[in-house]
Design a protein around this ligand. Sequence first.
Ligand code: SF4
Length: 150
Amino acid sequence: MAKMVLSGFAGLSHVSESFKRIQQEYGDDAAFTYLAATSDGFHVTPYGFCTTSFAVNPCVRHLKCFHRCKRYVPSGLPEHRITLEQLRGKLSAMREKAAAKPANSIGRKNQIAHADELIAGVDAALSAQPGAVVFPNGTDYSDPEKGLFA
Ligand code: SF4
């Protein structure tokens, strides 16, 4: 985690933001002591990396990292790409099913729009540089209030 924070790889994580703030206000010793105590602030998800600390807040979106979560960082690892590609296939099938419903079906428009939004997120994840935050202006799903009601 320290390597990620110092190299900027975990640039938007709670840990990184707090580390920089503590370093500025209290100096290196306090910042590194904080880092040592918070080394769980990094997780592997089915789609890449999550740069939040679940000890601080759990993920309220159940690992829907590709739904514009600002804590999500793609890894570029083959297994994560495969998971994203498989997911894209399922979402496309879901979208086609919704689009095949009669035009005046209840919820059809919303279902298509939701599928489009998720597909766009997956596409962004697939085309992003490994280690780069995909959705810097997205929602923080480790923030319970924003995650649940966004
Ligand atoms: S907080 Fe975001 S990146 Fe982390 S597991 Fe949840 S959805 Fe994924």
